[in-house]
Write a protein of this length. Structure first.
Length: 94
């Protein structure tokens, strides 16, 4: 199969869920996953990473997008949406 393919840089080290959408505490935003791309005909392909924040304060979304395009114009795109919220601590009342 021809065309460019994206994959995690080290799937065994980071786990397959690194590109899954997630809800996180606003102070605990994970670093972007290391993503690499390759093409069956030309080998490694550069990956462009962008991150756009929607909203502000401690209630926002980060949209992370990885895009790669091979020499023939085939494109692969992966997107992860992080929804950041303020952590809520529950206290037991006795």
């Amino acid at each position: 199969m021809k065309g460019v393919k994206l994959r995690l840089g080290d799937p065994e080290a980071v786990g397959a869920d690194r590109l899954a959408n997630a809800v996180v505490a606003c102070g605990s935003i994970p670093a972007p996953a290391a993503v690499i791309a390759s093409d069956a005909c030309s080998g490694p392909v550069p990956v462009n990473f962008t991150e756009v924040q929607h909203g502000g304060g401690c209630a926002f979304q980060l949209v992370r997008t990885w895009t790669a395009q091979d020499n023939c114009g085939n494109t692969a795109i992966a997107t992860k949406v992080l929804t950041a919220r303020q952590a809520v601590t529950m206290a037991a009342v006795c």
